[in-house]
Design a binder for this molecule. Sequence first.
Ligand code: BGC
Length: 747
Amino acid sequence: MDIKGIVERMTLEQKASFVSGHDMWTTEEFKELGVPAIFMCDGPHGLRKQEITPQDQTDIYNSIDAVCFPTACATAASFDKQLMYDMGVTLGKECQAVDVSTILGPAINIKRSPLCGRNFEYVSEDPYLTGEMSASYINGVQSQNVGTSLKHFAANSQETERMYADDIVDMRTLREIYLAGFEIAVKKSMPWTIMASYNRINGEYSSENNWLLNEVLRDEWGFDGVVMSDWGAVSDRIKGIASGLDLEMPGSQGVNDASIVEAVKSGALSQEDLDKAVTNILKWIEKFIEHRQTETFDRDIDHEKAVRAEEECIVLLKNENVLPLGDAEKIAIIGGFAESPRFQGGGSSHINAHNIVSAVSVKDNYSDNISFAEGFPYDADVKDEAKYAEALNKAEAADKIIVFAGLPDVFESEGYDRSHMRLPDCQNELIAKLIELGKPVIVVLHNGSPVEMPWADKVSGIVEAYLGGEGVGEAVMNVIYGKVNPSGKLAESFPIKLEDNPSFLNFPVARHKVNYAEGVFVGYRYYDTKKMDVLFPFGYGLSYTTFEYSNLKVDSEVVDITSETRVYVDVTNTGDVKGKEIVQLYISDKTNAVNRPVHELKGFEKVELEPGETKTVSFTLDKRSFAWFSEELNDWYAANGSYVIEIGKSSRDIVLTKEIKLTGSFQIPPVIDHDIQLGELLAYDKTRAFTEQQFAKASTQFSGEGGELDEMTKAMMEYMPIRTLRSFGGMTNEAIAQILDELKKLI
Ligand code: BGC
């Protein structure tokens, strides 16, 4: 495509209409200019491709037959970058096969509260895991010459008032928690497009936020693709174009086209800014149309991939020697989810699934000794005594009881948040009755976000299947019958109760403001720092085998901040069956330069081991592994000093540690004016000696006799601004001014 030529030949009116969608899913076409329309569709865990009839466009549940892969809450628990890449490749090929240029995902907003209705679509409470997993997915899709749309940029961690609320979040928290995942994904995989979220951030809608879209995303991170709006996220279109929003989706029935024309004519919008948006969209279209691939969408083959993927995601949370099941054991399967599994969430990511496999539909492949009773419905909180009685009867006759529980669709969905963290009462009540039978009870969960488990101590097994895609029934049966050794670990903490969550007091809104008062202390960053009990910690998951860690080594115990360092650890499968372990690396900052979470995830690897086998897992650390975001510097910063490298089986099970010294950084200089506190001058290397001298002089005043300052006075002086030496140290203004001059020279 001759993009420059096309931009030159386009009329102002054509440009104005080109920068918004032709309809819900296509871009504008200009045959006379050689510009074809391209089609995009929702994902991210399958294709929600709607046809172009007006009815199809608004009916979310009317889309082509497609394979529903495990949702992001599940795939995150795989901690498997290769799996994400491979799933991306499959989806990219499916897109090529059905003429989809761009899949609208991945969705990577941080799980701030378990209540967010869309958590099932999001990856984690941890930005590093989020960024790495989504970058792999994007690289997979885009390897097939199909685009992605990284969404929802940014801080869109709730559904309540999602199109209106203003997220009040400090810069450090934004950078470290809510932007870092996007930053990693953009830098590592350069998505073709990114989707600006509905909400406002510190007063500015994302779709017209120059700081977010131009300064951070494009100038700082080097993003060179298209920024499109979330559907209907545009408030001020003219401001949006100037702020870097290229494409309005779906469009505004021509209303904004007219405003754009008028704004350019009046000079309110520069031609240059409009041309930038037009050029970005043309480049995106070119990428797709010039690299078309011939692919077939074989739904049955891809279905198998969806089953295999879910097998990697299931997290075994509890196992008191009750799993795996033997085929001779008499098993009672109870619960509506065994017959109608919940495998995806409601809203725009809803796939018209090709082949839904329930545990009940495949049970005969595993054993002849399985009975089933519904017990409670999969789609509502309704108690039915007759169904309870039937379930209890079947359970009574069994050796072990497997309860397929979970959240009904209406409990969590796009568009609204949950109001509590409980399972339906009808499920908890039946589980309690089943426990009373005195037989082992194993609960299999189908949910997109943590739930309270009042029965956790009394059941013998818990299997977290999440919303595991259309093959979830088969994947779960493979895990509980031991055909697959579970290897998922939690990508989010499970608090004991909702009130424990750090955002509890501020979620979701107060007078249209979302107050991110917990700052960077999100998820395990909060629970672990507070040493609080949780139901299940971040990074936790069991296996049918056991692993031991040894030999933690670092290239060097003195690490220069400008270079990379490698860390090695040996992992051994000490059990009897093959298994996969997710090795996690956390960094704990001991420098006291700023208040930080007790540790942060900075590396993870999944490794497969035969019984008795040992493999060495390695990680690369760089400046960002140690850094926090300094608002003073407006940059990432890591102080010189001591850090501990922690290797863990979960964030709460750190098995090996090694302390290293970081060098080559600098100290953040204090701001020298008459308000500077003496303690800051003493803490800063370049002003310490000089300040000590001045202290000595001032001490004559404090100690009366010119003697030593006592500890208490010294400690109190730390927080005294230098100007107070006027009142307490008998210094003149001139003397203080002279000290300040000297100090400035030292900085
Ligand atoms: C959702 C997006 C989705 C878009 C198109 C919006 O409501 O927030 O995630 O891609 O609709 O369906």
